[in-house]
Design a protein around this ligand. Structure first.
Ligand SMILES: [Zn+2]
Length: 270
């Protein structure tokens, strides 16, 4: 059986909104044709028919933190409150995860790039209608912990792959991974060529750390008693500093980029 669908507009793969078109699909949703006319027998929809959305960055395992952390406190305030909230909460809440998964599916999201620090979402991903890629995220601000952090990450990666196949190992952020840890991840990626992402330039204080060892973020870490002596300011932005650890051939996904400058982008392109 075939279905013929028409709507006020249909968004085509080239990003054009087309009116007076008909989408011809098989019963299972497979697209057969997009025809530049409206068939009399076509089912009519109000609004825009669009291909499924991709959510490139999600933390499904943190669904139970929804509305629990204050807004507008800056990255240093967020991390501070996040660490406190996580101390007082369960690692994950399967019901909240299921609700978030359902919410995304109903919102038209068909594929998700999801950050994982534990295995609590793997069963759900395996049975979900959404196609997930798990970014197994590791971080450590202690140079001597790099090997063990990497090994734990690999363990979780193997669990993820065994469960729903699509998973890769990634660094958390420029400020939360030591050079040692970056090198472990980098060598692994250059050997396996899997998908790679990192939280990038979310606040100006992230850049300030690398420019001249200043800013609210570094102050917050120091106040918490974290030994940041491994951080040697490079005189340039966080992105440019850590770019030497980017994988050679994998695609990279930079998340946030709120304080990414034109110079950073030109640097990346070069
Ligand atoms: Zn994130």
């Amino acid at each position: 059986m075939m279905r013929k669908l028409t709507a006020d507009f249909i968004l085509n793969p080239n990003g054009q909104l087309l009116n007076k078109h008909t989408l011809v699909i098989e019963d299972d949703g497979k697209i057969l044709d997009l025809v530049p006319s409206v068939f009399d027998e076509a089912e009519e929809f109000k609004g825009i028919l669009s291909p499924g959305f991709i959510n490139t960055h999600c933390h499904l395992e943190l669904s139970h933190f929804k509305n629990k952390i204050h807004q507008h406190t800056g990255l240093d305030g967020f991390i501070n409150e996040f660490v406190q909230t996580r101390k007082n909460a369960e690692l994950s809440d399967l019901t909240s995860n299921e609700e978030a998964n359902e919410y995304m599916w109903k919102s038209g999201i068909q594929a998700v790039g999801d950050i994982c620090n534990n295995a609590s979402t793997f069963v759900l991903k395996n049975k979900s209608a959404i196609r997930y890629h798990s970014f197994i995220e590791i971080f450590s601000m202690s140079a001597s912990d790099a090997a063990i952090t990497f090994r734990e990450g690999l363990h979780l990666l193997n669990q993820g792959k065994a469960s729903h196949t699509n998973a890769s190992l990634v660094p958390h952020a420029p400020y939360s991974c030591t050079t040692n840890l970056f090198e472990f991840i980098q060598n692994f990626h250059n050997a396996t060529n899997s998908k790679w992402c990192i939280h990038n330039q979310e606040s100006s204080s992230e850049n300030e750390m690398f420019l001249n060892a200043s800013g609210k973020l570094l102050k917050m870490f120091s106040k918490k008693g974290i030994d940041m002596s491994w951080l040697i300011p490079s005189g340039t932005t966080s992105l440019q500093t850590i770019s030497k650890h980017f994988p050679l051939t994998s695609n990279i996904l930079l998340v946030h980029n709120t304080y990414t400058s034109l110079t950073d982008i030109q640097f990346l392109k070069n």
